[in-house]
Design a protein around this ligand. Structure first.
Ligand SMILES: [Zn+2]
Length: 361
């Protein structure tokens, strides 16, 4: 019996030793892999982004952390851990970014940028329910005109429809029916968006559109504040609007409508309802929204984009209800519309012409 136990012990020790050896060699392999992957991922675009993020990110991170800690202490700890991980990843990439900084700066128009999160002290910020994400600011490398355009790729907030926010800052009911029915006082924080007839999600196309528009605007000297600079951003419609209010001269939200008739482009106009147009901040800004919407439709039309009806449909939107700068939701077509590269490029020229015209350029 004892002999058997000793034998077992010896065998067990052998197995453990063998396992130990395996673990060691596995670890060496892993570190090799991670070194290779960090080098491979530091292409020009990413390298530039990371470099500038490092420069500007500190203050916006602090804002986010402070805000989280007052509302949800538990998630604040998780947030901090995630941020710390992100930060170390960024620093890793930024090292290789510095090595190739000259090359990458020549390769991209965006010279200077930074992440901008929601500052809880901004007007209407407290109405937002989802705001752990950040927008990203880009500036042209030369001949900048100093005007910042917030480019808001519609939708693309995971979990956005599980939260509700007030339709109007004064708590009053919606005056038109769209995604949310008239009479409702709350709406989903960010809806999922539609799916094109070819199966592409609207949020994918609005992001592609945002990137094309960003390049066009940078080439014309504008700064571009990308409200969603990836497939997902944790910012609801109110957070997106408030960030734009405080960091941009105009706010353009990109959408496609949910009809299936390829009906053409139009903007969401400010409803002609007295109570709505006399409510702040709509009262002080609705004329600017309308002027910007008309400019965009003129720009699109003169570039050959099909326009729906008179290019306008009245809609009581969360975006409009909280905007303190010229702000428009532009619907660039619908489920049936082509959204290939050439079409997006043409749309970007039309929108940019409209922006030029609005700012008298
Ligand atoms: Zn949409």
């Amino acid at each position: 019996m004892r002999k058997k136990l000793i034998c077992q012990a010896i065998i067990l020790a052998g197995i453990l030793a063998a396992c130990g050896t395996n673990n060691k060699s596995a670890k060496v392999d892993e570190s090799k892999v991670s070194v290779e992957s960090s080098v491979a991922s530091s292409d020009g675009r990413e390298a530039t982004d990371m470099k500038v993020v490092k420069k500007n990110v500190t203050s916006s991170k602090e804002d986010v952390t402070t805000q989280e800690s007052t509302t949800a202490p538990t998630s604040a700890a998780a947030q901090t851990a995630t941020e710390a991980k992100k930060e170390s990843e960024k620093q890793e990439v930024s090292q290789s970014a510095e090595e190739s900084s000259k090359k990458s700066e020549e390769a991209t128009k965006a010279k200077e940028a930074g992440e901008i999160g929601l500052d809880p002290n901004w007007e209407y910020a407290s109405f937002s329910k989802i705001h752990s994400g950040s927008a990203v600011l880009y500036k042209p490398s030369e001949n900048g005109n100093g005007i910042t355009i917030a480019v808001n790729a519609g939708h693309g907030t995971k979990g956005g429809s599980s939260q509700k926010t007030l339709c109007h800052p004064d708590g009053s009911a919606k005056v038109t029916s769209g995604t949310t029915k008239a009479g409702a006082t709350t709406a989903v924080a960010v809806s999922e968006g539609m799916t094109f007839e070819d199966g592409t999600p609207e949020s994918t196309v609005t992001y592609e559109m945002a990137k094309v528009l960003k390049a066009e605007l940078l080439s014309r000297g504008y700064n571009v504040l990308m409200i969603r600079d990836g497939s997902d951003v944790q910012l609801d419609n109110i957070a997106r609007t408030v960030i734009a209010n405080n960091n941009a001269a105009a706010h353009i939200a990109l959408h496609w409508d949910s009809t299936t008739s390829n009906k053409g482009a139009f903007y969401m106009g400010v409803p002609e309802v007295d109570s709505y147009r006399s409510m702040e901040p709509v009262a002080s800004n609705w004329k600017k929204h309308e002027a910007l919407g008309k400019s965009l439709i003129n720009g699109l039309s003169s570039n050959g984009t099909k326009i729906f009806s008179k290019g306008r449909m009245e809609m009581d939107l969360t975006q409009t209800s909280y905007s303190t700068i010229p702000s428009i939701d532009i619907e660039l077509g619908d489920k049936k519309s082509d959204h290939g590269k050439d079409t997006l490029k043409n749309l970007s020229k039309g929108i940019a012409d409209g922006i030029d015209s609005y700012f008298g350029r």
